[in-house]
Design a protein around this ligand. Structure first.
Ligand code: PNS
Length: 164
């Protein structure tokens, strides 16, 4: 049985992420989507909200589970018996960023990273850009799942009113 982990911040999960998750779920017997924290990025949603959104959008994928993790991704992979890490690649910048992490993770425990090319439709989509555009009133409704769009609208309103 092959088990893989698809890690990310997912703040929030976008249609690009979901496309990678679906395609990775078709390759591996089991796929664990794992939310972690990337300290170099500012966060809009707390860990519980990011998990809830992922669970909502993965509900129709029977071999996908959603979990949070902290610490090293390789330790999480070992804990749950995953043989591979899956990452989507939008282009050269992603490759430059991901390659040393893949090599480091392979060096640390032998876990291999499988890169899946992003579908061209979502090549320009990132959580960071979605948040920026949404915060300035732009329409991101076609870039994230509907449930995520609803939460994003609510969260931006909380931010704007100073209640969140
Ligand atoms: O979606 P992101 O922000 O690119 O996700 C990054 C994440 C959380 C997957 C990455 O920062 C990560 O794997 N963090 C865990 C800590 C770790 O293992 N660091 C060493 C990587 S070689």
């Amino acid at each position: 049985m092959t088990r893989a982990v698809c890690p990310g911040s997912f703040d929030p999960v976008t249609n690009g992420h979901l496309d990678i998750i679906r395609r990775a779920a078709a390759i591996f017997d089991e796929l664990v989507v794992a939310t972690g924290a990337n300290p170099s990025k500012s966060r809009l949603f707390d860990p519980e909200a990011r998990l809830e959104m992922l669970r909502e959008v993965c509900v129709d994928l029977p071999n996908v589970t959603v979990m949070g993790f902290s610490g090293l991704i390789v330790d999480f992979c070992r804990e749950i018996g995953a043989q591979a890490i899956v990452k989507g690649l939008r282009g050269g910048n992603d490759y430059e960023y991901e390659l040393p992490m893949a090599q480091m993770n392979s060096h640390l425990t032998g876990v291999e990273t499988v890169f899946v090319p992003t579908n061209a439709s979502w090549g320009y989509v990132s959580s960071s850009l979605v948040k920026e555009v949404a915060s300035l009133g732009g329409d991101v409704s076609t870039l994230v799942p509907p449930a995520v769009h609803a939460r994003l609208t609510l969260r931006q309103a909380e931010r704007a009113s100073g209640t969140g």
